[in-house]
Write a new protein. Structure first.
Length: 270
């Protein structure tokens, strides 16, 4: 490949290396996400048997980490190399991808606001599917436990949602010791206990519902998340605006550098 040196004009080094610095962070972050995801998969034996990915009906959090890592690595690579080599194709790819992601985020935010009932139904369906696969994947299990402990909630709409899981189901056919119980993350913590009692949810749903309040959280996680969002709406909006401004700044740098390169090429043609 032949690289041109232009005598009539120069590409701004300020924009060039600022865009490179902007992207190097995403590139390294992408590498970190990919390394973490691949390590987690190797620990679960997925790399030796990829069918374990399709066998999980719920969300494998590692897949999300890998997708984010791939996107960040690809965009960071395109932005870094495009800036250093003054490659218009890579810069246009980077700029177009950032614009697409920005518009996608904006569309999701607007649609989520306009169709709140539909979003609530999809979240409920999503949470129930993950309850079904709770014992199938350790990462999914840890994610649900963390969500329930942090938000003081249990199930999608309440503790009875754990009937979707074969281990916690109250049906007479179930042979599980966890039958008609809930995960330990649903239990109200006892300040006197320094060691987590992982059996605190056993048989709790065999008791009358008016006794549940003494042992477990009875609020569903969907209601808990809605309440959290209402309390922290300004923080969420601030994060969204900050991310949007970073994306707009990246688009501005890429477009400015592309314009400089095109102007230099046009000047060199005469």
């Amino acid at each position: 490949m032949h690289y041109y040196r232009y005598s009539n004009a120069e590409v701004s080094c300020w924009y060039k290396y600022l865009l490179f610095s902007y992207n190097i962070v995403f590139w390294f972050a992408g590498v970190a996400f990919l390394a973490a995801g691949l390590w987690a998969w190797s620990e679960k034996g997925v790399l030796a048997d990829l069918t374990k990915v399709t066998g999980l009906h719920g969300l494998d959090p590692v897949v999300l980490i890998l997708v984010v890592g791939i996107v960040m690595f690809t965009l960071g690579f395109a932005g870094c190399v495009g800036a250093l080599r003054e490659n218009i194709c890579l810069l246009k790819f980077f700029c177009g991808a950032i614009v697409f992601i920005f518009l996608l985020e904006l569309a999701v935010a607007v649609l989520a606001f306009l169709f709140q009932d539909w979003v609530r139904d999809r979240v409920k369906e999503f949470f129930e599917n993950n309850i079904i696969s709770y014992r199938d994947d350790i990462d999914l299990q840890n994610l649900i436990d963390s969500l329930q402990k942090i938000n003081h909630c249990c199930g999608a709409q309440g503790p009875d949602d754990w009937d979707f899981n074969i281990y916690f189901n109250c049906s007479s056919e179930s042979k599980s010791r966890e039958k008609c119980g809930v995960p330990f993350s649903c239990c109200i913590p006892d300040p006197a206990q320094k060691v987590v009692n992982t059996q605190c949810g056993y048989d709790v749903r065999k008791k009358s519902k008016n006794q549940w309040d003494d042992h477990i959280f009875v609020k569903g996680c969907i209601l808990a998340l809605e309440a959290w969002l209402t309390r922290n709406i300004y923080i969420v909006a601030g994060v969204f605006i900050a991310v949007s401004l970073l994306q707009i700044f990246g688009i501005f740098l890429a477009r400015t550098l592309i314009s400089d390169i095109e102007a230099v090429k046009a000047g060199n043609a005469f």
